[in-house]
Design a binder for this molecule. Structure first.
Ligand code: MG
Length: 390
């Protein structure tokens, strides 16, 4: 029999309002799930994942049965979404460790779907066992980008496989070659996005108690930003039933999701974009670009309206003097005309025709042209005045 000790923690982080991660651990199973979906659906999906998976695991499962259990979980999520339309589109990752029948004894097997991860730690070294089901990681496997490029690639959060997105999805499975004292770390991406592999190795391998090690991992993720929910399960192998010579990994075939539930990717697959940093579900790249374009258009309209409202000048009366105003005489929308210059000419010192024009306002194209017009009107009025004898 293979046995272990285990400590777990799940933390909402510093940015998210709710924790959509879930974790469960018994002496026969450890499972981590990271849910996604609006209206609290992410919490429902991850909780369903850990609870249904635990029930679906038989007492002595084979590796193949791990995927059977995944199918049961997947169907439970789809059924729940059907019964609760507000949860449509919810999904979850799942990473689990389960003892399985192996040769004459028992070995530790893992199953993974999504981008939660399993690491193995031995003598301070760390090895990532699972591969993320994200567009960026798929590209790494295809040789299109490097591992380093994938680590910072904008599509590393775009998932190609999660539970709840299609009828029958397989996860990757494998059997671990473990020794007594090895530690196994299962975690959601809220940990791995914030904490480097070097830090993970240092903290998870630390010869302190498992509870303290788990607490230090969560604390480090929070110290580094805590942008997402953080879930950690750390187990230490206490006894091994049978030696496993090689680490056998069985990647499942990639399945295609129905187009109506996911976005087409460059790989020809379809993907589910994970929400990042509390963005609303409707805030996709496409809606972002559309919103930016609309905001730009609205800003441009405001600039044009403002220019139209303030680009003209006119002459009018200001307490008996001829004044120059900027704007439209009756205002335009919320733009009101403003007095910008008061001449020394009295409104009463105009010829009758000019005085009538002034009451109706006299438009000019610029401030100087308006002042010149006032001067001309006053000069014309002066020529009509009788000459005063010296
Ligand atoms: Mg997450």
């Amino acid at each position: 029999m293979t046995t272990w000790r285990c400590a777990t923690a799940t933390n909402v982080g510093l940015v998210r309002e709710a924790n959509e991660d879930a974790v469960a651990a018994t002496d026969r199973m450890v499972v981590v799930a990271d849910g996604m979906g609006g209206h609290a659906a992410g919490e429902v999906a991850s909780e369903l994942a850990v609870s249904v998976f635990a029930r679906a695991i038989t007492s002595e499962p084979s590796v193949a049965e791990l995927n059977t259990a995944l199918h049961v979980v997947n169907q439970a999520i789809l059924d729940d979404a059907l019964a609760h339309p507000e949860r449509a589109g919810m999904g979850t990752t799942l990473t689990a460790i389960v003892p399985v029948s192996y040769e004459d004894g028992e070995a530790l097997a893992w199953v993974n779907i999504g981008d939660s991860r399993l690491y193995q730690l031995r003598d301070g070294a760390i090895r990532q066992v699972t591969e993320d089901h994200s567009v960026a990681e798929e590209w790494v496997r295809e040789g299109r980008i490097s591992k380093e490029e994938a680590a910072v690639h904008p599509r590393r959060h775009q998932l190609t496989r999660v539970l709840g997105m299609a009828d029958a999805l397989d996860g990757d499975t494998g059997v671990l070659s473990v020794k007594v004292g090895d530690r196994l770390l299962l975690c959601s991406d809220g940990l791995t996005n914030e904490v480097s592999d070097t830090e993970l190795a240092e903290l998870a391998s630390s010869p302190i108690g498992l509870d303290d090690a788990v607490a230090s991992l969560v604390a480090r993720a929070c110290a580094n930003g805590g942008h997402d929910n953080i879930t950690v399960a750390l187990l230490e192998v206490e006894s091994v039933s049978v030696a496993v010579p090689e680490i056998a990994v069985t990647p499942s075939s990639v399945r295609t999701f129905p187009a109506s539930r996911a976005h087409a990717s460059d790989t020809g697959e379809t993907v589910m974009r994970r929400r990042r940093r509390n963005l609303p579900r409707w805030m996709t790249l496409r809606t972002g670009i559309f919103a930016s374009a609309m905001a730009g258009l609205v800003a441009a309209v405001f600039v044009i309206l403002g220019w139209f409202a303030s680009a003209s000048f006119y002459l009018g009366d200001a307490n008996g003097s001829i004044a120059v105003y900027q704007g439209q005489p009756d205002g335009f929308l919320w733009y009101h005309p403003k007095e910008v210059f008061v001449t020394s000419f009295k409104s009463s010192e105009l010829r009758p025709g000019d005085a009538r024009e002034l009451k109706k306002h006299i438009a000019e194209s610029s401030l100087s042209a308006a002042i010149r017009h006032a001067d001309n009107m006053h000069s014309a009025w002066l020529t009509t005045q009788p000459t005063v004898a010296p």
